[in-house]
Design a protein around this ligand. Structure first.
Ligand code: SAH
Ligand code: SF4
Ligand code: F3S
Length: 476
């Protein structure tokens, strides 16, 4: 029997100078493995951020290389996978709730294989719990060894024992993984993996390992290939994309990478997520000069209080954030900027919270994801004294959301009667004469037009502005 390999927080925290290799032959699928899934169906649920969405696209392609077929009904599946997120406690709870449902299903149907992967699989305590209490979960693997899924599944099926293989050390960049994309017009392109920022509240540097930038030639090759397939938009992905290249000596910077991607001629380029610390003037310059780099930025602020920003380890102040914000807006006036905010961080006083409201007032964000602070095991913030009651945190979140929402509508109103470019993606479920798509600034628009426009970028005149979306007609 194979010995289980379990994660360790201690090892996950370590950063070594060891060179990251690029491997182009690590993913292997032999004749036996390629038939393992014949006549079997899989069902996958993806939690969390775009990194997980993109990982699921690879997991799906690997399973299809093994002859499994995707199905949309969990009850029909022979193989159920949960690609999990560990960012906050409620992400955990959702997964454990789903595991309860799957256990129930397993009691009525024998041949279901259950797999847990993604960021929760990188957590020591989660894996211990699964090993000790949820022995019926068949396979656990982490974010660093997706390439090994065929072998792991084969062991799971043949050995009929729980298989756990979670590596704590990130290892190399694997460049020969397949992908089954969810969307025909927009694609996610990884440009870096991991994160070295270690914000004190965040679990990602532990679940995703050290920062590793992909070599530019592989990124450009992927984008050029997507253009050939008819893709209109790419989103360059990473936890902290502005630090692209910093882990490789004398390498391309994010500004240089953006410039090169723009030269491929792909119609739309986006990138997430931007850490304010690494956003350079050179980047702003490149973006303002290239029409195919979209004027949309996700620029998480987290808090408006300098005291809290320092405790969070964010490396910028309210003032330097506002300065960056204004530099972007001055050079790219139509820029739409969204953010992430945490309320109720340990030690956050009413005064600190007012600073957060103040920065929201000043930035009038086009959108904000707001969260109540959730302590994550083993992170520095989880050891800080937290004297803010949950009632107070909920009150602050509600107050913050009201303010944030008021700016959604205000910003959308500015687009009334204007003509904007929309990449039409699909047809409305309720009305066949309405299609939906996104503007260059990433706003959702419902357009009165025929489905022949799907996959095209068209000029749309905005006729109505709502809080969460816009309505429009084709501009003749
Ligand atoms: N790499 C991105 C963020 C990824 S996590 C960045 O640095 O901007 C997405 C968001 O989840 C974060 O921006 C933060 O607002 C929130 N988040 C992360 N850890 C959290 C925690 N422990 N409690 C509450 N929210 C958290
Ligand atoms: Fe987490 Fe900070 Fe890294 Fe973002 S930059 S993933 S918040 S540690
Ligand atoms: Fe969640 Fe992992 Fe993303 S913790 S937010 S899925 S990197």
């Amino acid at each position: 029997m194979k010995k289980n390999i379990k994660p360790s927080y201690e090892k996950a925290r370590r950063r070594t100078k060891e060179e990251v290799k690029v491997l182009t032959d690590k993913y292997i699928i032999d004749n036996n493995l390629s038939k393992l899934g014949l006549n079997k169906k899989y069902f996958i649920i993806t939690y969390g951020c775009q990194a997980n969405v993109r990982d699921s696209e690879t997991i799906k392609a690997i399973l299809e290389d093994m002859s499994f077929k995707e199905c949309n009904d969990m009850e029909q599946a022979n193989l159920i996978l949960l690609n999990t997120c560990a960012i906050r406690e409620n992400a955990h709870n959702k997964v454990f709730g789903m595991l309860g449902r799957i256990k129930h299903l397993k009691e009525t149907k024998e041949d279901i294989i259950t797999v847990l992967c993604g960021c929760m699989a990188q957590e020591e305590s989660v894996v211990n719990e699964i090993e000790n209490k949820l022995k019926w979960v068949d396979l656990v693997f982490g974010t660093h060894n997706i390439y090994n899924l065929p072998k792991l599944l084969s062991e799971t099926i043949n050995e009929k024992n729980q298989v756990i293989e979670v590596l704590s050390k990130e290892g190399d960049i694997i460049e020969n993984l397949p992908v089954k994309r969810d969307n025909k017009y927009k694609a996610f392109v990884n440009i870096m993996y991991g994160c070295d920022k270690f914000c004190t509240y965040c679990i990602v540097p532990y679940t995703r390992g050290k920062q590793r930038s992909r070599k530019i030639e592989y990124i450009l090759e992927e984008v050029k290939d997507l253009i050939k397939q008819g893709y209109k938009e790419v989103t360059l992905l990473g936890q902290n994309v502005n630090a692209y290249g910093k882990d490789i000596d004398n390498y391309y910077s994010m500004a240089e990478l953006l410039n090169e991607v723009a030269k491929t001629g792909i119609e739309r380029i986006r990138f997430v997520t931007s850490h304010p610390w690494d956003f350079t003037d050179e980047m702003i310059d490149v973006i303002s000069k290239n029409d195919n780099i979209m004027p949309y930025f996700h620029l998480p602020v987290q808090s408006g209080s300098n005291k809290i920003l320092k405790l969070m380890g964010r490396r910028y102040t309210k003032e330097s954030y506002l300065d960056l914000f204004n530099r972007i807006k001055n050079k790219i006036p139509n820029a739409s900027i969204t953010t992430d905010i945490i309320v109720g961080f340990p030690g956050e006083t009413e005064e600190d919270f007012k600073e957060t409201l103040d920065i929201v007032e000043k930035c009038k964000y086009d959108g904000a994801y707001t969260f109540i602070y959730s302590p994550r095991e083993n992170t520095p913030a989880s050891k800080m004294e937290d004297n803010v009651t949950i009632e107070e945190k909920e009150k602050r979140l509600k107050q913050l959301n009201e303010l944030v929402n008021s700016f959604y509508k205000e910003n959308n109103d500015k687009l009334l009667n204007k003509v904007v470019k929309v990449l039409v993606e699909g047809i409305s479920e309720k009305d066949n004469n309405i299609c939906c798509g996104y503007t260059d600034t990433n706003k959702l628009v419902n357009v009165k037009c025929s489905k022949d426009n799907i996959g095209k970028i068209i000029d749309v005149k905005i006729t109505e502005a709502k809080t969460w979306s816009l309505d429009g007609v084709i501009n003749e």
